[in-house]
Design a protein. Structure first.
Length: 233
């Protein structure tokens, strides 16, 4: 049993089985983002991804992280979709081969993906957004027999082209909720310890705890020039 003592002197306890022991050499900055990074590891590696062409939908920190996990795990071509230039650049640093900027005039996600995959579509779609448009792209861009990892959470019910997007393609939609205990943690530790995955480009701000407002301002800025914010005492 692990015992935690809060400032109020209230004793809190958690089962030892719920704890994960990091390597003593792990950079505290990396350690601070392991929980959300675990989401990305589970999303990408729910099934084998080595040699697979991948479409990542979403340029939030989760979308950037899952791009890095895919690259470090041996994915083929990685196509990334987003709308903020700063974050699209972060995803390229994490291993994206092709960036699709939704704010550019005349951009068509499906046409671009098909052009980049010679009309076949991608083997894997990692949907980190979950809205109706993203789901439509996912179903249109996944190749026959391909996989969609559904991580993004929609704000309401979603309509899908069940026949053409799933049945006739023989595609698979995998719901991603959290991470697999403890398989995901072992996978993540292996990627980090080997040096194959370096998530530090995702951490764009390191601030003191009392400067928390700076972190919220960065995250909520209109240009989204922000990835993950890590605060230290």
């Amino acid at each position: 049993m692990l015992i935690f003592r809060a400032a109020s002197r209230t004793t809190l306890s958690s089962p030892r089985s719920a704890a994960w022991k990091n390597s003593p050499d792990l950079d505290p900055v990396k350690a601070a983002i392991l929980e959300p990074l675990g989401n990305a590891v589970y999303t990408a590696l729910a099934e084998p991804i080595t040699g697979q062409d991948v479409l990542v939908i979403g340029d939030g920190p989760a979308g950037i992280a899952v791009t890095g996990v895919s690259r470090s795990s041996g994915a083929g071509k990685i196509i990334h979709v987003g709308k903020y230039p700063f974050r699209l650049d972060l995803a390229r640093k994490m291993g994206a081969d092709v960036s699709i900027n939704l704010t550019e005039e005349g951009v068509d996600v499906v046409d671009t993906v098909m052009e980049e995959t010679e009309g076949m579509g991608v083997d894997v779609v990692l949907d980190m957004v979950g809205n109706q448009t993203a789901v439509n792209w996912a179903l249109s861009c996944v190749r026959k027999g391909g996989r969609i990892s559904a991580f993004g959470i929609p704000g309401g019910p979603i309509e899908i082209d069940y026949a053409n997007g799933v049945v006739f393609k023989g595609s698979r939609i995998l719901g991603i909720n959290g991470r697999i205990m403890y398989d995901t943690w072992f996978q993540m530790a292996g990627l980090l310890d080997s040096g194959a995955l370096d998530p530090t480009p995702i951490v764009t701000h390191q601030i003191k705890l009392e400067e928390f407002q700076k972190g919220f301002d960065a995250m909520n800025s209109s240009d989204r020039k922000c990835g993950k914010v890590v605060m230290f005492p």
